[in-house]
Design a protein around this ligand. Structure first.
Ligand code: TYD
Ligand code: MG
Length: 455
């Protein structure tokens, strides 16, 4: 039999190698390459067709399938991010920085689901049951019918779950779980991958929901193998800025609902409180109009959210001026600065530029281009924008503006919060009855000329 060429496989990214190495060239992880024995037979010379397998049942696309059964927690922000509730037989991964509030969120979620009639089990690998119980007391959840366990040995956990037959299992965290059949230390890539695989398989086989908690590395990836993200049905990130009380639960992948949906929470003295109207929260500390501050009417998932962009432009003492961005893409800022310079003749050379999204929110929509450009101009010219104005529109490299989706929803949200005027790209479908005064701009030069009288 010919020797199989790629028998060493990275346990993190799955790349095959012909020889062992300490570090995977593809994903950069250390000590993740292990020898995998080729299947004893190998593919036969005659091809697989010659070996009789089981016949797979094929169906038509038209066959109707019942919608998956969902359990709702009653925490509206959580249920929406899940796509309308927790799907039975699904596996979820909730990632986030240490201390951001994952354990708090999931204990509250477990209690909410348990009160709704689900049999919930919470396994902590990081804290003793006494600690979890203390937190439950603090959260006012001491009476919730949640079963608690402190264990890291996955074999014991699975045996317990087989006997308990819960509807929902929370594993806090996947990095602390270990299998005695896997020959590497707890927390290592091999262990995390194997433990996640066992738990996901268990969820599918038993038709229960499993929620895995995962820590996130400095680079913002879930520590351990990326493959865990592929194994689960739903990946949620719990994020927020230290020093801010807002927490955002963001769906980055969801097989059972829209991705990019967000739920907003506020960390209080007694747990996470839901924030039903995030726009009001993100704009709460606005007083009089200030140069460089511009309100962007964005869409997060399925709902409109208003956030404030703040820009500061100041002469630099350095040869290379600073470009510092928080909450927005640095590359996109560079692009907008270049368009302002090339198409409108407004240079930013010799000026430091700082851009910040207020409230610790992160914006990824290109629809914020116009708001960013307006904030930069406003800061540079030291002229505030007319108050009660929201701004949105996508910028192209030519300096022209493109309309964006859901214009009417954005305008309605702005009006609800007391805004009266809007600056949008020309040809936006504004609808009629929003009651907002809308300025339609063809290109960036129109913004500069009409609004700032600069150029
Ligand atoms: P935790 O849920 O333990 O975070 P994680 O599991 O993501 O590591 O939350 C830890 C932080 O939350 C801690 O700094 C204290 C704070 N906190 C509150 O402010 N209020 C509360 O009611 C609780 C339980 C925690
Ligand atoms: Mg925790």
């Amino acid at each position: 039999m010919a020797k199989a060429a790629l028998t060493f496989v990275c346990q993190s990214c799955g790349t095959g190698f012909s020889k062992w190495a300490g570090r995977c060239e593809n994903c950069g992880e250390w000590n993740t390459i292990v020898e995998e024995k080729p299947l004893s037979e190998g593919p036969s010379k005659k091809g697989l067709g010659a070996q009789r397998g089981q016949k797979v049942k094929l169906t038509d696309l038209a066959t109707t399938e019942a919608a998956p059964a969902r359990a709702v927690s009653g925490m509206a922000e959580l249920d929406r991010v899940l796509g309308g509730g927790l799907v039975q037989g699904s596996a979820l991964l909730v990632g986030g920085d240490p201390g951001i509030g994952k354990s708090t969120l999931l204990l509250q979620a477990a209690a909410a689901f348990a009160r709704g009639g689900l049999k919930a089990v919470y396994i902590s690998g990081e804290e003793a049951t006494a600690q979890v119980r203390m937190r439950a007391h603090r959260l006012g959840l001491a009476e919730a019918p949640v079963k608690l366990g402190a264990e890291t040995n996955l074999r014991d956990i699975l045996t317990t779950l087989e006997a308990e037959k819960p509807d929902l299992v929370i594993i806090d965290s996947i990095q602390t779980m270990w299998l005695d059949s896997v020959d590497s230390a707890p927390g290592s890539v091999g262990q995390v991958r194997a433990a996640a695989h066992e738990l996901v398989t268990f969820a599918k086989r038993r038709g229960i929901a499993v929620i895995l908690v995962g820590h996130v590395t400095k680079e913002g990836q879930i520590a351990g193998p990326r493959v865990v993200e592929h194994m689960v049905d739903t990946v949620l990130y719990f994020e927020g800025e230290r020093g801010h009380q807002f927490r955002i639960l963001r769906a980055v992948k969801n097989r059972f609902g829209p991705a990019a949906e967000i739920g907003v929470f506020e960390m209080t003295g007694d747990g996470l409180a839901e924030v039903a109207n995030p726009s009001a929260l993100f704009l709460s500390d606005r007083d009089k109009p200030a140069p460089g501050a511009v309100v962007f009417a964005g869409i997060e998932g399925t709902r409109p959210v208003l956030v404030e962009f703040q820009a500061l432009v100041a002469p630099t003492p350095h040869a290379n001026p600073r470009r510092t961005v928080v909450g927005w893409d640095g590359g996109r800022l560079a692009m907008i600065l270049a368009v302002l310079e090339a198409r409108c003749g407004i240079p930013f050379a010799g000026l430091d530029v700082y851009l910040n999204v207020a409230g610790g929110m992160r914006v990824a929509e290109p629809a914020a281009d116009l708001a960013v450009a307006a904030a930069l101009l406003s800061a540079r010219e030291d002229t505030p924008l007319p108050s009660e104005t929201v701004v949105f529109g996508e910028l192209s490299l030519s300096g022209s503006l493109r309309p964006v989706a859901q214009t009417e929803n954005r305008l309605k949200e702005a009006q609800k919060l007391g805004f009266t005027t809007a600056m949008v790209a020309a040809r936006s479908k504004t609808g009629s009855e929003t009651g907002m005064v809308v300025t339609a701009l063809d290109d960036l030069a129109a913004l500069v000329g009409d609004v700032f009288g600069a150029g």
